[in-house]
Design a protein around this ligand. Structure first.
Ligand code: HEC
Length: 190
């Protein structure tokens, strides 16, 4: 073995042993191991819950329909272009653990991820097409406001196996926002 070959071998050995040392380090000590059962408990949804549509729901109110449309077509406040309709905020304030107040984007429905409807852009098809809902389901008395409200609030009451998001039981939306969404779905649209 000549001198430069020897040097090469030594350098290679050094690299290999350094690599082995890095990979042999016990990385589990570098972060907290979460208690999985506690995490699962926190993520479990509360049981399917029945709701009665509040009398304060104004289904014919144009402002409510506008807000419902906004919730239906948007995912969160950060991504929204243009102004939010009256009575809708794009950001909310949240208290962090250390007591600071943080501005967070308000989460909306993203209903278009699963449902097509009038004016939808890039709608998904996991849920039924809600285009022409009033004429097809409401005027024919197949569905009523209470059904639509309950479906949006907690779809599991109607269908245990549903793939739809639970919105009121999980507090993703509050009662009045579910009213707005109900008004929008049941409204006549262009
Ligand atoms: C992850 C997919 C998904 C999302 C998101 C979703 N839905 Fe649904 N939706 C469904 C599916 C699937 C059904 C079919 C019925 C069932 O299984 O519950 C449904 C059913 C419905 C119905 C009942 C239609 C009928 O008369 O049979 C309404 C109304 C509705 N969704 C409204 C909404 C609204 C409003 C939102 C947004 C807040 C929304 N959905 C978000 C998947 C979704």
């Amino acid at each position: 073995m000549n001198r430069s070959m020897k040097q090469f071998t030594l350098v290679s050995l050094a690299i290999v042993s350094a690599t082995v040392t890095i990979f042999a380090t016990d990385l589990t000590k570098a972060y907290d191991m979460p208690d999985a059962s506690k995490l699962i408990e926190k993520d479990l949804l509360a049981e399917a819950t029945k709701f009665t549509m509040p009398k304060s729901c104004k289904l014919d109110d144009l402002e409510a329909i506008k807000r419902g449309s906004f919730f239906f077509h948007n995912l969160n406040g950060k991504k929204v272009k243009g102004d939010a309709p009256k009575g809708v905020v794009k950001f909310t304030e949240k208290k962090t653990k250390d007591g600071k107040v943080k501005k967070v984007a308000k989460q909306y429905g993203n209903c278009v991820a699963c449902h097509n409807i009038e004016g939808a852009k890039g709608a998904g098809n996991i849920g039924p097409d809600l285009t022409g809902y009033k004429a097809m389901f409401v005027d024919t008395k197949v569905r009523d406001a209470q059904f639509v409200y309950q479906k949006i609030a907690d779809p599991r009451v109607d269908n245990k196996e549903t793939h739809m998001t639970v919105n009121l039981t999980t507090k993703l939306f509050n009662e009045s926002e579910i009213c707005d969404l109900t008004a929008y779905v049941m409204s006549v649209k262009k």
